[in-house]
Design a protein around this ligand. Sequence first.
Ligand SMILES: [Zn+2]
Ligand SMILES: [Zn+2]
Length: 497
Amino acid sequence: MQIIHHGAVNGVTGSCHQLDINPQSSILIDCGLFQGAETADKTAADQLQIEFDLTHITALIVTHCHIDHVGRIPYLLAAGFNGPIYATTASAALLPLVIEDALKVGVTRNQRLINLYLKRLQQLIQPIDYEQWFTLEVKNSDSGYQQAKAQFNVAGHILGSAYVEIELSGSSLNHNCTHKNSHKNTDIHNSNSGNRHDDDIKNEKDSHLVVFSGDLGASNTPLLPSPKSPFRADTLVIESTYGDKNHHNREHRAESLRHVIERAVSDNGVVLIPAFSIGRTQELLYELEQIIFSQQHNPIWQSIEIIIDSPMAANFTEQYIEYKNLWDSEAKAVLAQQRHPLDFSQLYTIDSHQDHLAVVNYLSSRQKPAIVIAASGMCTGGRIINYLQRFLAEPTADILFVGYQAKGTIGRDIQEYGPTGGYVYIEGEKIDIKAGIHTISGYSAHADQQNLIDFVKGIEHKPKHIRIVHGDTEAKQALADKYRQLLPNAEIKIGTG
Ligand SMILES: [Zn+2]
Ligand SMILES: [Zn+2]
């Protein structure tokens, strides 16, 4: 068995890991796009190329539908990949929406071509429920494992997200052993002397359990349950986005959200929240509904309009509602009270581009507060741009950041220069920032360092090998140190290219 990383090695994007089961059979776990700074030294074509050999790849397993985990799937298909694409049932529903958007943004606007791609994708997708073992195709080989099965488990990161357990068994080495008398006798002797511990060791010799974490969710995330550790992992490949940090302010973030918005709308201005379509938008809606519910005698909250101006976000929100069976118990309890956390009466969704332009004009022509949630989350494109162009120079307006703003993005510039009355360039136009600029932390959808430690602590049969991926160097190092303290006998490696 061998694991090769084709992405998410030096940074957090481009997730794509190859598990070699035997010399004839390998599977891929995720096939994501490189983004941001990690694309700097690559040409556009290089970022998309499937530069590895697909001959022995029998299947693709998708952990979740973020673009940095699935964005290269169209290129995988173009390179000739023809195997099954396994995803959880909810991810299987989200995947075509994400890929359609990725194709429109990065490849073509030709709807006929897009439809062809999506049809091909639909033919390959195999939806699998959580906690259901499914068999992976393994070709016969003289060496290595001969069988493999896999199972998805709740990762609590975004809707449908999973970590995946892959059990490899039937190693030809063990198979040969049973034909040799001496070995066979030893085996019998061992199991005769046996207690439960011996059986476990024998079991681990016969099979190897590999766990790929995908992206793990943080604790206290609204809507989705937190991940539970697997029972066993011999080899663990784990993300480390926040391997060197702990989230603060999570318990109080809804409170901060309420205070910031109340202050922001006291002058009747609009509040703009740049947010990602999957996950963040739905978490915000959930918290806003909760505030409206708890502020029943507060006229501000009983009259404020909340506008989702993003067809993508609206589509994903529909899927979150469709799969409410995957919500956590707290969110289900809200539903049981006949409340609709993602579809309440003060919420408006804007679909067409024409309506979008009309809303921008309408909001700037009246003196009444509103909250607008629009993508993209770092203001690198999308409908938020038109709002920023219209409202950044408006002293009554407020911009509220709830997500990480990467260096070099418009979002980062506004965050950095806005509070001191600076300016920003949007589409070549210099705009003075007069709007209020606020940042609320604690909205990350990723496990923090303590969550990542607890995930390993919770594994009953501890890993002997840990591969740390999907993080910046400092984050990977810090997490490796923690794991070395926790498991002094395990081999802890930082994924390298
Ligand atoms: Zn993710
Ligand atoms: Zn990721």
